[in-house]
Design a protein around this ligand. Sequence first.
Ligand SMILES: *Cc1c(COP(=O)(O)O)cnc(C)c1O
Length: 394
Amino acid sequence: MDETQLPHIVRNTMLPYGQQWLDEEDIAAVVEVLRGDLITQGPVIQAFETKVANYVGAQYAVAFANGTAALHGACFAAGISQGDEVITTPITFLASSNCILYQGATPVFADIDMNTYNLDPGQVELKITENTKAIIAVDFSGQPVEMDRLNMISKDNDLVLIEDAAHSLGASYQKVKVGSWADMTMFSFHPVKHVTTGEGGVIVTNNKQYYNQLQLFRSHGVNRNPDEMLNNEGPWYYEMHSLGYNYRMTDIQAALGVSQMNKLDQFVKRRREIAEQYDRELAGIKGLVLPYQHEGSNSSWHIYVTRWLPEVLNGTRKEFFEALRNLNIGVNVHYIPVYLQPYYQKLGYEPGLCPNAEHYYNTAITLPLYPRMSEQDVKDVINAVRKVVHDFSE
Ligand SMILES: *Cc1c(COP(=O)(O)O)cnc(C)c1O
C-alpha cells in the first residue's frame, strides 16, 4: 500500500465498540410510566412481551430482569438439573454457560466452525452422551447458527434446544426470523444489543408448558391460578410448588423496550449497511480475515469480528489491538473461551479442549459497529485498520 494513500486519522475521543441510541420518544415513554400508578408488573410488561413475540413470530414471550436471568429460566423450564450435561459453545459471553451451572448441571463445550465461529453441529454430535439433556446454541455476532441441523440433532437425541439469540434479534435463517427455530430463544436488551431496556431479557417459545414454567420461575415459583392449586383458602391465597426467583422486569424498562422495538428494523438496516461498507472497503487486505456469511443466514450484525493473522502481519494480536486503541478506535475482543476462565479451570476444564476456539480467540479483534455511528466514524475505523495493517506489514 502506498503511504500517501493513507489519510491521517485524528480522533479526540475513543469510539466505543457499541452503544445504545435513545431519543425523546423513548424518554417520554418511560416518563409516562413513572407518572402512573404501576411501575413494576403493570400492563406495559405484557405489551412489551407481545411486541417481541409478534416481531419474531413466536406464540409466547416472558420478560426477565436481564438476559442472564432469562437463560436461567429457560434452563429451569427445560428441566435441566444436577447430573445433566448441556452442550454449548466456548465462544460466547459467560452467561450462556453459567446458567447451566446455576441449575447444578455440567456444561460440555463443543468446538466452533472456523468460518462462522458458531458451534459446529458435527462437534456437538460427538459430545452427546446418555446424560445430555439440552443444547444451548449461540448466534455469535448476529449470524444464526445452523438451526436446521441442530434441530435435527436435538430431535434425534430427545434434547431441548435453547437458542441464545442475544446477538441476533432481527436476524433470520433460511428466511425465517430467529425466534421460532428453537424450543426456547433468549433475547437480551442490554445497551450494547440491538435495542435496549437498560437491563432486560426475553424468552420466546411456542410451547405452553415452557411458557407457564417461565412465568412461575421469574416470580418466586408462586402460582395464583385457582385451577392449579392444591388448596384454596380464600382470595388472598397463593401456592408455591417450585423454587423461583425475583427475576421480574419493571414497567419502566418495558416502556423503553416498546418504544425501542419500533426502531429495531431501522437499527438493523443501518448495522447491515456499515457491515457491508467494512466488507467492501477492507476486502483483499493480506493477513486480515473478514466475517464469513453462511448460506441461508441473514445476520443482524451485533458485532463485526475480524481476524488478524500474525504469521502474515509481523505482529501479535495484542500489538494490533493496542495500535488501534492508540488511534482512538475502541476495538474489543469477543470472547475469551469460557472454559479458560479461572473458575472453570478450577472445575477441571483444561486448555486445549476446543482448539478452533482457542486459535480463533488468539487472532480476533471486534471493530466498532452500532447504528448511531456517523459516516466519519465508519471511515475512521476503515482508515485506522488500513494504517495499522500497513505499519505492521513493513
Ligand atoms: C449479552 C449476552 C448475554 C446476557 O445478557 P444480559 O442481558 O447482559 O444478562 C448472554 N449471552 C450472550 C451471547 C450475550 O451477548
